[in-house]
Design a protein around this ligand. Structure first.
Ligand SMILES: Nc1nc2c(ncn2[C@@H]2O[C@H](COP(=O)(O)OP(=O)(O)OP(=O)(O)O)[C@@H](O)[C@H]2O)c(=O)[nH]1
Ligand SMILES: [Mg+2]
Length: 304
């Protein structure tokens, strides 16, 4: 009896790839039913592979959220795009997410070209159907499939959840037989201190404009559980220049205060305890060329 039960389980990896802002992280959170990856209206929010773990019947699916794929300019961009394709190459199934408002643009053309070389079952996921009329969706599905054959096409809204359960069930059926890869109650493989840094980075993305979000990174320096049940977290926001540090602090410290408040509130919900969050802003010129910063982000440091 034990044997046959074990034999019935399935487990595998599904990579979520796509252009920046396609909604990959929103979908990951919808699939998991809990926030494991940060989301913003800006492009290039996700910087490394984030795993979200889902149980569907006897199947465990490990979804891998990846950085958006675009034409890289900086070293950090290159590391992010490499990480995204790495996620696709290791997966049992690759889901290409497309923002239906964008369609088959230059960015998606470039992705399709490269995706053709990835020898994995491919699924097309047209996302954001809440903002586009149905005829346009059918047309897009045809256009993409004519360009590269997909095993299946789904039309979903990661935001409203429309079509997400159906996608999850279909993907579960495609996972190979095998034992589960993570404990049943685990929803992410990222340590809490990483998620905590990401949450603060999300608030930074929401509150800062232009290049600043891209020229900053956040690290958790310490995490202490205190006797009274509260958690004391210290984090550093690294920026490139003194002028940027001033912007992050804001007039009379208003901006950093607002970032800290929003992050603390969300962290307290996640750890289910009061959180004391201490944020420091440091100028670290050239952090973008510092291998240690990449390690903290979970990225390979691209040489040259
Ligand atoms: N209307 C609508 N908006 C969506 C949907 N899914 C995601 N969005 C929005 O699209 C924006 C980008 O979402 P993300 O999940 O951060 O996109 P991403 O693909 O992870 O982006 P990167 O990490 O930068 O590559 C956010 O403002 C989301 O709220 C959807 O189904 N409908
Ligand atoms: Mg993302």
């Amino acid at each position: 009896m034990q044997m046959s039960e074990e034999a019935a389980t399935r487990a595998g990896f599904v990579a979520l790839i796509g252009a920046p802002n396609a909604g990959k992280s929103t979908l990951l959170n919808a699939l998991v039913g809990s926030k494991v990856s940060i989301v913003s209206r800006k492009v290039q929010t996700t910087r490394t592979q984030i795993r979200g773990i889902v149980i569907e019947g006897a199947t465990q699916i490990v979804f891998v959220d990846t950085p958006g794929i675009f034409k890289p300019k900086r070293r950090l961009d290159r590391a992010m795009v490499t990480s995204a394709w790495g996620g696709a190459g290791d997966a049992d199934v690759v889901c290409l997410l497309v923002d239906v408002r964008k369609g088959l643009d230059e960015e998606n053309e470039a992705i399709l070209e490269k995706l053709a070389e990835v020898r994995r079952p491919r699924i097309l996921v047209l996302n954001k159907i809440d903002v586009v009329e149905r005829p346009k969706l059918l047309e897009l599905a045809a256009v993409f499939n004519a360009r590269l054959a997909f095993e299946e096409t789904f039309m979903i809204s990661a935001l409203t959840g429309d079509g997400v359960a159906d996608l999850r069930r279909t993907l579960a059926a495609r996972m190979p037989p095998g034992p589960w890869l993570y404990p049943e109650d685990q929803i992410s493989d990222a340590p809490l201190r990483f998620l905590a840094a990401e949450i603060t980075r999300e608030k930074l993305f929401e509150r800062l404009h232009d290049e600043l979000p891209y020229q900053s990174t956040v690290e958790t320096d310490s995490w202490q559980e205190r006797a009274d049940g509260s958690v004391r977290i210290e984090q550093t926001i690294y920026v490139e220049r003194e002028s940027q540090r001033k912007i992050v602090l804001g007039k009379g410290g208003q901006t950093i205060k607002s970032i800290g408040q929003a992050a603390r509130k969300e962290l307290a919900e996640i750890v289910e305890a009061p959180v004391h969050l201490f944020l420091y802003v440091k100028v670290r010129e050239g952090w973008e060329n510092d291998p240690a910063r990449y390690r903290e982000m979970g990225l390979e440091f691209p040489k040259g």
